[in-house]
Design a protein around this ligand. Sequence first.
Ligand code: 13P
Ligand code: SF4
Length: 310
Amino acid sequence: MTSQDLIQEIQALKAERNAVILAHSYQRPEIQDLADFVGDSLALARKAQEAQCDVIVFCGVHFMAETACILNPTRTVLLPDTNAACSLEQSCPAEELEAFLREHADKNYYVVAYINCSIGVKALADVIVTSGNSQRIIETAPADRPILFVPDRNLGAWTARKVGREMTLWNGACHVHERFTRDKVLEMKAQYPDAEIVCHPECQEPIRLLADHICSTEKMIPYCKESAAKQFIIATESGILHRLRKLVPGKEFIGLGVEKCSCNECEYMKLNTLEKLRNCLRDMAPEVRIEEELRKRAELPLQRMLDLSL
Ligand code: 13P
Ligand code: SF4
């Protein structure tokens, strides 16, 4: 079967199931091209909440599909590959966070959780943030309580500096963004001296210090459109390059590679394929299911974020 046949089959199944396909910007180009909507974690959470159709097929990783279930519990949410995990989610198990909060109960932490975490962690948080709104949300945090930021130490450190507020940071990281090295940035900058370096805040500080601009995947699009530069070295997962090339024609986008490799992929994001997407619509599985009591607790900090980032 050709990929064109597969795409036609997916379109037919999508209509039959009354489904919408949401895809993160790190998905494979062919998935982005057939999705009804492509975006970052924040935009996808909003789209999932607004979805009117019966089925949401989430082409992203598990925590994103779980977030769709939390925000729109009456829909069926499908994830083409249930192994699509996230190293940030894995770096902060809910039981460990719960134990930490118990141990430090005297501090009365205001818990800010990056959306890249499990439903259990969301349920323990006061508010959720994404890389696109962390600054804005943390500016509204109560001034009289210390902030605990979980799970990403890089996004946490970057936001703390932007907001000018100290925070206790959980020691978690995204293994994809942490693979970038300062040497590789310098090597590529020497190769493309006119290029601007645009990086995601999940990158480590030495990379952030060399960047011309730091922002979420979604904000990279208007930034690159409006910048006078014609060439950009992009320090995030390679999937965004497809979107940038499509939406910002006439400019050149070069992915920041890792040592001995020109490409940087999230193996979890890339688990979703056209074939698995077809299979999940055909079989109505794998379906993401969550427990109602936990859902209600996780919905509160998520909704708080959505209300604050209007
Ligand atoms: P954004 O979608 O918020 O840019 O985050 C990137 C990411 O790593 C998602 O897993
Ligand atoms: Fe998680 Fe990093 Fe993959 Fe994003 S790129 S899904 S943060 S492992």
